[in-house]
Design a protein around this ligand. Structure first.
Ligand SMILES: C[S@@+](CC[C@H](N)C(=O)[O-])C[C@H]1O[C@@H](n2cnc3c(N)ncnc32)[C@H](O)[C@@H]1O
Length: 123
């Protein structure tokens, strides 16, 4: 999916519920396709956040924000330090909305809230 989006010209990715590192990770796939692709990882799990922070030491176009679907304003403000919300941003929610705990505790239409809120963050 990331490769497809990158091929379509997307250069910014907001990966919500990024999870523990896998191989390859989103920033590796995106930056292999476009070296200038920017990726922000978001997770509300402290361990996942710590692991997501690791690439930042060597990479100025990848960052991590600790937070979740509930705190979209804080997450979007953190992400806006790296991402330009005036340009297209791919919102990834891969495997994040599938757990019953997440589904039952989220406000309705949380992903849509992220999409709408980016406009406010950008202003
Ligand atoms: C099954 S993992 C998916 C990881 C990765 N996106 C993937 O596709 O391999 C789900 C991740 O979503 C995170 N998560 C679940 N609910 C969340 C929420 N409300 N906000 C942010 N992250 C959440 C969990 O901490 C976990 O790291």
């Amino acid at each position: 999916m990331v490769r497809f989006l990158c091929g379509a010209g997307i250069r910014q990715f907001l990966d919500i519920g990024s999870g523990l590192p896998a191989s390859p990770n989103v920033h590796e796939v995106a930056q292999a396709c476009a070296p200038d692709a920017r990726v922000v990882y978001v997770d509300n799990d402290p361990m996942a956040f710590l692991h997501a922070e690791a690439p930042i030491a060597t990479d100025s176009i990848t960052s991590a924000v600790r937070g979740g679907l509930r705190g979209h304003e804080r997450v979007l403000r953190g992400a806006a330090e790296l991402l330009d919300f005036g340009k297209p941003v791919a919102l990834l929610f891969l495997g994040t909305c599938t757990t019953s705990r997440t589904m039952t505790t989220l406000p309705p239409r949380s992903p849509a809230t992220f999409r709408r809120s980016r406009l406010e963050v950008n202003s």
